[in-house]
Design a binder for this molecule. Structure first.
Ligand code: ZN
Length: 476
């Protein structure tokens, strides 16, 4: 029965008290002759009082011994005297209960407070949602109004950009009759946002990739015509009034948002702009760095696709990579290509086209999907980094390289366990357009080969850094 030792009921004696008040003994008629004593029980755990239980009092006349057991049997004058001189249980009976009461109360207060705060937050959230919805409605109205302004013959005075595009854009390259194209553009006051709406009013279903290149070429034409302007582009391409593709700083490519929500961000004040993935940090400084350090391309190099494919086959024979992917379906391929064009602001490099035609992903060599995905990341890193960050780990000694740790013109095509290789379309003054460079986190980029073909030959002979253990299929 050790159980009773660690918990149970215990009594403690109360301090005896002589009642000074006016009482009189019914037996001996003495005045103020009573002494009150007693005991108080408590429930204990490990002898620590947890719950105060009953208190029993006992009054006795010190003169004649007349006694009363239990408070309810006390004469009225003793009861009255006890009110003035109460016989209290010792304070240590109350320590634990007081502590528990304190804990309970603070919990009650805490949850009460939390509940109140949450209710306040919920109300604020709801209000904010309502505000957003109202705001969005105004953007939608503005957008629809602008869409109505699409014009086959843009006004030279009020819409000079559309006017210029109508005159100078090589529509015939896209098999489009210029007289069937309606345009509208405008610049948002006090920002550098440019809205461009293009509606091709011909019966045709332009392939997505082609539409993306079209958008990209529109962009390039504007950059070429206004080299000093630095716009954020919000471009929407329509076919017979139906939205086909959207291109905004936040939404590089979209055919999904048929309700053209990405375009609303053009009209917004700050909300969309601030949530933008790209915050274009130090854009002018970066542009200057590019301009001053990169080689000006005069001739476009031609790629020997047959030699390239053979070199890639040799690599495959040498290493027999696992993780070979199924060829992407044509429509997927076109989608990836399209995304790449809008991410990179350029077409998929010819080298990559040739290689992806042979293998759509081959060990650590990228497939269509990763080609565009990595491009997106590279660009984001570049756009969000300030000049300071770009110059950390920049290779400033090798004049074949841009003195930066990232470039939006590096096309990553390979990543093994440790090393990443990219085609470099922003080489330094002494570099080569389409050279291959090594990129590693926290390290300076390094020149590896003059072009992809040279790289593949070096790679096949294990003359470049590689870490491909897990990628190779073990031969038995
Ligand atoms: Zn007495």
């Amino acid at each position: 029965m050790t159980y009773f030792l660690i918990l149970g009921v215990r009594d403690s004696k109360l301090k005896e008290k002589r009642l000074n008040a006016n009482t009189s003994c019914s037996n001996c008629q003495r005045k103020s002759s009573f002494v009150v004593s007693g005991e108080a029980s408590y429930f204990h755990l490990f002898w620590i009082p947890v719950i105060p239980l009953a208190k029993r009092l006992y009054a006795e006349c010190t003169h004649c011994g007349q006694a009363y057991n239990g408070k309810k049997n006390f004469p009225e004058d003793i009861k009255r005297a006890l009110k003035e001189q109460p016989v209290r249980r010792p304070f240590w009976h109350f320590i634990v209960p007081a502590f528990i009461a304190y804990k309970v109360l603070s919990l009650v207060f805490f949850y009460g407070y939390m509940y109140f705060e949450n209710a306040k937050e919920d109300a604020a959230y709801e209000k904010e949602e309502e505000r957003k919805e109202a705001e969005l409605a105004t953007y939608k109205d503005a957008y629809l109004t602008d869409k109505k302004s699409l014009a086959i013959t843009p006004n030279m005075e009020t819409d000079s950009i559309s006017y210029m595009l109508k005159q100078d854009f090589p529509f015939s390259n896209y098999n489009v009759d210029a007289s069937n194209v309606a345009l509208f553009s405008k610049i948002k006051q006090s920002t550098n946002r440019l809205l461009l709406l293009i509606d091709i009013q011909e019966k045709k279903n332009t392939k997505d990739a082609l539409a993306c290149m079209l958008i990209n070429d529109f962009k390039n034409k504007i950059i070429e015509t206004y080299p000093n302007k630095d716009f954020d582009y919000y471009i929407a391409l329509f076919e017979n009034g139906t939205l086909k593709i959207v291109h905004t700083p936040n939404q590089s490519y979209s055919t999904e948002y048929k309700y053209s929500v990405p375009m609303y961000s053009f009209y917004s004040q700050d909300r969309f702009a601030n949530s933008s993935v790209y915050n274009f940090k130090d854009r002018d400084a970066k542009r200057k760095m590019m301009l001053e350090n990169t080689k000006t391309v005069t001739e476009s190099s031609t790629i020997d696709t047959a030699a390239l494919k053979k070199a890639l086959m040799d690599v495959t024979k040498e290493f027999s990579f696992g993780y070979r992917f199924k060829k992407a379906s044509f429509s997927k391929r076109v989608e990836y290509e399209c995304q790449f064009v809008l991410e990179a602001g350029r077409n998929v490099p010819d080298e990559m086209f040739a290689m992806l035609e042979l293998y759509d992903g081959n060990g650590p060599f990228f497939n269509w999907r990763s080609l565009h995905g990595r491009m997106e990341n590279m660009n984001k890193e570049y756009e969000t980094a300030g000049m300071e960050k770009l110059t950390i780990n920049a290779n400033v000694d090798d004049k074949r390289l841009l003195p930066a740790s990232r470039s939006p013109h590096w096309v990553l095509f390979y990543a093994d366990n440790s090393y990443k290789y990219a085609l470099d379309f922003s080489p330094g003054k002494e570099g080569f357009v389409g050279q291959v460079i090594l990129i590693q986190p926290q390290m300076q980029p390094k020149f590896i080969a003059k072009n992809m073909l040279a790289f593949l030959k070096l790679y096949r002979n294990k003359k470049v850094p590689m870490d491909i253990e897990d990628w190779v299929v073990k031969k038995n």
